[in-house]
Design a protein. Structure first.
Length: 202
């Protein structure tokens, strides 16, 4: 009888230990799944915010939006005037909605030693997150030097404007260009009354 009782107590102890272990495993599995889901959501958010590409990617965007005026803002986090005027691109898209398509093209990548196209994402992502995804964002996978040579200019800020047929009509290579040039030119291409953009005070 005593031996039977001892066996029963031992069995209960073992079963209780297994149950606790199973609960712990379940908790750890649940935590791992939640972490993985959060990481996936973060990756999805970043993927929705921007994509990596070269100038061909920009040209594909222009072609895909024929029938609209397309505005391409070429910028870098190393260009203070570019970052100052960046909100004007957002305002332009909000003003005209489906009639236009705005895209930013970041050219931080310079091909320096130990630098990759992804190196500066730690600076680019927070800036883009502050301005949201109401316009499209592309981060260059080729060097700024190659982009400059391809587009035949050698400084930013730069804003390119395409008409509704996908033809490049304007290369705007000046600071504070949205108020003086971009807003009026887009209005002209859309045959709208000339609006007034406002730039941040220095």
């Amino acid at each position: 009888m005593a031996r039977t009782l001892t066996l029963l107590i031992t069995l209960c102890f073992l079963l209780s230990g297994c149950e606790q272990q199973n609960k712990q495993v379940a908790l750890e599995t649940s935590a791992d799944a939640e972490t993985q889901e959060n990481n996936t959501n973060t990756a999805d958010d970043e993927q929705d915010l921007y994509r990596m590409g070269d100038w061909d990617t920009v040209e594909e965007f222009v072609e895909a939006n024929q029938g609209k005026v397309v505005v391409v803002d070429i910028w870098s986090t190393y260009c203070a005037p570019c970052m100052k005027e960046f909100p004007r691109l957002i305002e332009l898209q909000e003003k005209y909605g489906e009639q236009i398509a705005c895209v930013s093209f970041n050219i931080n990548y310079a091909g320096l030693p130990d630098q990759t196209p992804e190196t500066d994402l730690e600076f680019i992502e927070p800036f883009l997150k502050r301005h949201g995804n109401t316009v499209h964002h592309i981060v260059s996978t080729v060097t700024d030097e190659k982009i400059y040579a391809q587009l035949e200019f050698y400084a930013i800020p730069a804003v390119l404007i395409y008409d509704t047929t996908g033809t490049l009509t304007d290369k705007v290579l000046e600071e504070n260009a949205y108020e003086s040039t971009v807003f009026p030119r887009v209005a002209e291409l859309l045959k709208k009354p000339e609006p007034t953009g406002e730039s941040d005070e220095p």
